[in-house]
Every structure is written in C-alpha cells, then in structure tokens.
Design a protein around this ligand. Structure first.
Ligand code: CTP
Length: 403
C-alpha cells in the first residue's frame, strides 16, 4: 500500500526524534519515498546525515541551500507529497501549524501541502494535557488533519503519563491503513441526508427532533476520505464539514430536503439516508407569533411530509445503491425489515434506543446492518466515525457488485 508513495516526514525538536530514523527505514522498506523536512531544533536531536543516508534524499531545513543559494520550494514539496507526517510533533510546532506561524521550512511546507497530514505529538504529559495544546490539536483536527494520539508510558522527564510518541511501526500501520482504505469509493458520487428537519409552526416555533447530524456528517467525511464526491444535504445542525470533496446543501424542512434529494439523486451512484425527517408538518404556518391563551387548548393540524427514502427507492436505477437508517424503540428487526422492503433499500442500518450509547445526541452508535437477502451483521458499540467506516465498507462492496 505504501509502494511508490511520496511521504514528507517533518521532524521537530523532541527527544523522540531518534524514532524518525525507524520511521524512515520502515517507509523505505515498504517502497515509499521519504523526504525529510526538519526544524532547526530538530537538528539538535538527530543529525541530517543520518536522515539523508536512510532516506537517500537530502534533508531540507532552510529556505535556501547554504552551499549554492538554491531556493527549496515548499510549494513543490507540498504538491509532490501523497502524505505528510509530522513525527515527532512538539507542542511548539503543533501551535505554529494551528495558527499559521510559518517561520520555518516545516510549517511553510505544511501550509502548502494538499495531501493528508498526520501528526504524532511527543511531549511531557502536562504539556500534552494543557488546554492550549489540546485546543491547537482540536484546531488541526478541524482542518482535517489526523492526530496519531501519543501513548502512555515513561517520558523523557521520567514522569509517567500520556505524551510518548506512538511507536514507529504503529504510525506506519496508520498510514498503510489510510492508503488501503482511500481507494474504496474512488470516482463514486454519493448523496447523504443528515440531521433533523424543522417544520415551522409560526415565526418562532417549529416541530423538530433530537438528531444532531453527527452520524450523517461522519459518513460524509468517511465517503470523501475514501475517494467519493459527496453531496451532503443537511438539516439544521451546528456541525462543520472538513473534507474538500464534500458539497453541502443546507435545508430546513422535509419538503426542502425532498426537493434537493430528488434533484441530486439521478446523478449519483449511491444515496445514504441518514436524516431524521419529520413525518408530519403543520398544515398551515401562522404568519404572526401564536399568542398564549389563558384558557383552552391549542390544536395543530398536521399533514404528512414526503417520504424521501421511499421516493428515491421508487426511482432508483439498477446500478444505484440506496441505504437507509432505522432508529427503533421496539420490535427493531421487524420494523427495520419492513422499511428495507417498503422503501426499496439495498440495506438498512438499524440502531435501537434501547442500546445505551446508540442513537441521538451521542458520539457513539451500536448498529446492525440488514440486507435484502436476509443477511444480518451486528457490530459492537463504537465511535460514530468508526461506525461510518463499517457502513462505507459494506456500501463499497455493494457498489462493486453493481459496477
Ligand atoms: N426517511 C425519509 N423521509 C421521511 C422519513 C424517513 O427519507 N419522510 C428515511 C430516513 O432518513 C431513514 C428511513 O427513511 O433512512 C427510516 O426512517 P424512519 O423515520 O425510521 O422511518 P419512517 O418510515 O418514518 O417510520 P416510523 O413510522 O418509524 O417513523
């Protein structure tokens, strides 16, 4: 998986810099080409001669070559890379990357890099736990960078805690896994609905539900990550998309989501219907705020919304794949199977509110996948981003059979 891949290895001033030598050796053994970029502080911990000998490439540290004045182009380097790995990454470099402080070759290369970036922090436990470091890491995550969490163990300070750079073989495995999964949906177009819908009652009130949109957004990131062009139709949520291959369409009501989905579906290879669509909306929307009556009841007359999944299922072509969700509270399998068939889905992702940590308003989910041929796969409780990986795996298998 790493054969022929171009990897920029950014090394910073940490005791763990010696592990960079093992990283280079591991990458080169697997057929990758490594270009080292080292910060001035990094050179205090490991010599460029060792690194250039192992990588068979000159080590870049300065903006210009001291010998002949040639300019080292961080732009070209950024474009050359299939991946950039900063390992070890000190708190200082993480801070510079998070805030665009481009005062060395490593950070300028990072800012020019279009390829995915992996960051393996290495520092003392208190530095790692400090809110500044954690906020900077969060910021890098929000840019789509992948943080390879440090391990817990004895640190250079002889204190024991979380901050040790992950072992080189584990870091190499993360990149290998990334490249092997990346191709799964290459060239495919995927439509995803996510989040709740809001059905207006009057100018200040609506009927909604507790959906956070997290599962749908995690799916959008996972599909884009695996090479797909994603159109994400999102109800009202407070989430951001990170991957450049995600096109987001914001909607509010079920009707708006339906219009957008019907428009987009004919040109995609697959649809994943993750949104918690309101089944009903108020028949009329009051133009003015409904006033509080001291006595009596307020009656709202509700009418049915379009069923987006069933409508797409009805126009689905043989080469298209359609995936739905079923969040149930009872008779889970029976309800899910009924929806799978009624909506003409290829598979349905079932989660039950009876499972702790599954469903709305949490970062985890516990799913079962039910297929048309009666096959069923049960998964343990996982983070929603990992659940998204499982769903993408099944989806890509199915798409392959239709190609
Ligand atoms: N769905 C949809 N449009 C709707 C309702 C549901 O696209 N108006 C989709 C959901 O995104 C999900 C699947 O259909 O993928 C099942 O949703 P769910 O609300 O469980 O199904 P309903 O048919 O509304 O059944 P229920 O009676 O359980 O609400």
């Amino acid at each position: 998986m790493l054969k022929g891949k171009h990897i920029i290895l950014g090394i910073t001033g940490s005791i763990a810099a010696y592990k960079a030598a093992y990283l280079i050796r591991g990458f080169v053994k697997k057929g990758a080409e490594v270009q080292v970029v080292i910060t001035p502080a990094g050179k205090e911990f490991i010599t460029p001669i060792t690194l250039s000998a192992l990588s068979s490439n000159p080590v870049i540290s300065d903006f210009f070559s001291n010998r002949d004045g040639t300019w080292h182009s961080h732009v070209d380097l950024g474009l050359w890379a299939d991946a950039m790995l900063v390992a070890p990454a000190t708190a200082s470099t993480i801070g510079k990357m998070a805030n665009g402080i481009a005062d060395n070759m490593l950070v300028t290369t990072y800012l020019s890099c279009k390829a995915p970036v992996f960051v393996a922090p290495a520092m003392d436990l208190d530095m790692f736990a400090h809110p500044t470091t954690q906020q900077n890491l969060e910021r890098l995550r929000s840019f789509g960078n992948r943080i390879i969490e440090p391990a817990t163990g004895e640190l250079a300070s002889h204190l024991v805690g979380k901050g040790r750079m992950e072992e080189p073989d584990k870091i190499i495995a993360v990149l290998e896994d990334f490249f092997s999964r990346k191709q799964m949906l290459e060239g495919k177009k995927i439509l995803i609905t996510a989040g709740p819908t809001y059905e207006k009652i009057d100018p200040v009130r609506f009927i909604g539900n507790y959906s956070s949109g997290k599962m749908g957004f995690a799916l959008a990131e996972a599909c884009a990550e695996h090479g797909a062009e994603v159109t994400l139709i999102a109800g009202p949520v407070s989430l951001q998309v990170h991957h450049p291959r995600i096109r987001r369409i914001d909607v509010e009501s079920a009707n708006e989501m339906y219009e957008a989905a019907m428009q987009e579906f004919p040109s995609v290879d697959a649809g994943i219907l993750c949104a918690a669509v309101a089944d009903y909306r108020p028949e009329t929307r009051a133009q003015e705020k409904i006033k509080h009556e001291k006595e009596g009841e307020l009656m709202l007359h509700l009418v049915a919304n379009p069923d987006i999944a069933a409508s797409l299922g009805a126009i689905k072509q043989d080469k298209q794949t359609l995936v739905g969700f079923a969040l149930e509270t009872n008779d889970e399998s029976r309800h899910a199977t009924e929806k799978l068939e009624r909506k003409n889905l290829d598979f349905i992702v079932l989660n039950s509110l009876r499972d702790k940590g599954a469903g709305f308003r949490c970062d985890t989910n516990k799913i079962s996948i039910l297929f048309r041929n009666g096959e069923r796969k049960d998964y343990p409780l996982k983070d929603k981003s990992e659940v998204a990986e499982d769903i993408v795996e099944q989806l890509s298998e199915l798409i392959k059979t239709k190609a």
